[in-house]
Design a protein around this ligand. Structure first.
Ligand code: AP5
Length: 209
């Protein structure tokens, strides 16, 4: 199954993707995670995108599309994938349609108030990328990942001014994809407000699982 996870920053896309990988047995491909790995490695891509991401803006379409095209060409993505954070603009969606046909687009339905609460408390493992939360999902030992022992930190783009910018960018450039995919009959709306287990159930039900 080829899926897109679409929704505002902090809607819980990455968190549900971890569950969905277990349920569906397909890879989770997060463009944000790929960019963060490149930044951590200090690669040319990382150097190019760091300031853009920290400011809450979008990386240019050409760079992002090329990265996804290469990733989807790998063997593990031939049986299906979960694209998390891509596409984020109409040109990205149109280009994707030209090289891969998605089966469904899962739209994370959530108000801004919940998004702000989730992003404000998010803490991330630097090593394995697991998303913790200061209220909803705390690591047993503060600052240390329960899953791999890595350092738990606050993402640079989770500062209040970057969060505001990301929400503006989402509304202007990414939210139009909701109608784009609805008109194609691909959109599944999932109520993303409840706790993770309930959202996982909503997701399974929407796919008829
Ligand atoms: P990216 O990493 O994709 O960021 P995002 O879309 O802003 O999404 P987030 O990772 O912030 O949120 P999420 O929905 O995954 O929420 P999460 O599960 O962590 O992109 C980062 C940047 O890279 C972009 O700003 C851009 O610059 C660049 N980029 C990436 N893709 C691009 C593209 N296609 N084009 C151009 N540029 C691109 O959950 C959030 C928190 O809530 C966590 O703490 C979690 O524990 C908690 N939580 C999750 N679910 C629940 C729940 N049900 N109940 C309670 N708490 C919950």
């Amino acid at each position: 199954m080829k899926l897109i996870f679409l929704g505002p920053p902090g809607a819980g896309k990455g968190t549900l993707a971890v569950k969905a990988v277990d349920i569906l047995g397909i890879p989770h491909i997060s463009t944000g995670a790929i960019f963060r790995q490149a930044i951590a490695a200090g690669s040319p891509l990382g150097l190019k995108v760091k300031a853009i991401i920290d400011a809450g803006k979008l990386v240019d379409d050409e760079t992002t599309i090329e990265l996804v095209r290469e990733r989807l060409a790998r063997d593990d993505a031939q049986k299906g994938y979960i694209l998390d954070g891509f596409p984020r603009t109409i040109p990205q969606a149109e280009t994707l349609a030209a090289f891969s046909a998605v089966d469904k687009v899962v739209n994370f339905d959530i108000p801004d108030s919940a998004v702000l609460e989730r992003l404000g408390g998010r803490r991330v493992c630097r090593k394995c990328g697991y998303n913790f939360h200061t209220v909803f999902d705390k690591p047993a030992k503060e600052g240390t990942c329960d899953h791999c022992g890595g350092e738990v930190y606050t993402r640079d783009d989770d500062r209040p001014e970057a969060i505001q910018k990301r929400l503006e960018v989402y509304r202007a450039q990414t939210a139009p994809l909701i109608d784009f995919y609805r008109q194609k009959g691909l959109l599944l709306d999932v109520d993303a407000r409840p706790a993770v287990d309930r959202v996982t159930e909503n997701f399974k039900r929407s796919l008829g699982l």
